[in-house]
Design a protein around this ligand. Structure first.
Ligand code: 1HE
Length: 250
């Protein structure tokens, strides 16, 4: 991990194995995101080498029976929950292969920036296994259950453009630019009021799953908490005094 200002830049560093996630790497991700230094206000995950991540380290799979498999899947859930439901928003910088557990990891992040070399697949289907890192919960929320089913049944691979079109990534950038663009976004995210980031990470996903009546009520609670914060008052006043940036045309 490298700290750049208020941004933690976390690199997957097994390039010779295409950043395949073995138990040690999953535990390291858990530990990093559960123990981010207090000055960190946003984070970026990227992969070193030619690919973001080749998914589960398949060399460890053959030694597991069903009981060990359940615990292994749960260990991924803990690690990826530490990213998704941690203290700070996380931006994934994607390039090359984003496959299997690599896509599960990317989908636990709050924003995905992909460069033009990126490709996405869920080879679990063709390897006789199933996603186990939270993918069946998170990926349908990005692209819908029908597209995920197709990826797993047929081995379909999406390229970078189509991945952005269907919602696997929110940003598409030229080859080689994903990390710098992700750091730029994270740097900007780190300047938000902490309560706003908290609300977006922890309240919005829950509200989106609530029945409308419950959602409206939860929204009223979290919005009143956010607007009562001194940071919100200061930012709104700065705008009213002409001291804060206007929204400009895209
Ligand atoms: C690996 C892995 C891996 C590469 N586990 N060792 N994921 C997959 O089924 C994807 C498998 N990997 C690939 O399809 C390709 O490796 C890539 C498209 C990602 C990259 O291709 P390439 O040509 O750049 O590399 P390569 O030559 O295939 O691999 C380089 C080395 O990395 C090679 O080892 P070497 O000792 O022969 O040099 C590969 O064996 C090794 N390697 N990927 C182990 N995944 C929580 S459940 C999640 C379930 C899943 O993620 S299943 C999907 C697993």
């Amino acid at each position: 991990m490298d700290i750049q200002g208020q941004v933690a830049v976390v690199g997957l560093s097994r390039p010779t194995k295409r950043n395949a996630l073995n138990d040690g790497l999953v535990e390291a991700l858990r530990d990093v995101f559960q123990n981010l230094p207090t000055e960190v206000a946003a984070a970026v995950i990227h992969g070193q080498g030619e690919h973001f991540c080749a998914g589960l380290d398949l060399s460890e799979l053959k030694e597991r029976d069903a009981g060990a498999g359940v615990l292994h899947s749960r260990s991924w859930h803990v690690a990826l929950n530490a990213i998704e439901q941690g203290r700070v928003p996380v931006v994934a910088a994607l390039h090359g292969a984003v496959v299997g557990g690599g896509l599960e990891l990317a989908s636990a992040c709050h924003i995905r920036v992909a460069d033009e070399s990126t490709f996405y697949a869920l080879p679990e289907g063709t390897r006789g296994i199933f996603v186990g890192g939270g993918g069946s919960v998170r990926i349908p929320k990005l692209i819908g259950a029908a597209r995920m089913t197709d990826m797993m049944l047929t081995g379909r691979v999406y390229n970078a453009q189509d991945g952005e079109r269907i919602g696997l990534a929110q940003y598409l950038v030229p080859v080689g630019d994903a990390l710098s663009h992700a750091i730029t976004l994270a740097t900007r995210i780190a300047t938000n009021a902490p309560l706003t980031n908290f609300a977006l990470m922890h309240a919005l996903p829950r509200i989106a799953e609530q029945a409308a009546d419950h959602g409206f009520f939860t929204e009223a609670l979290i919005s009143s908490i956010a607007q009562a914060d001194p940071q919100a008052k200061a930012r709104v006043n700065a705008f009213l005094q002409g001291k804060a940036a206007k929204v400009t045309k895209a």
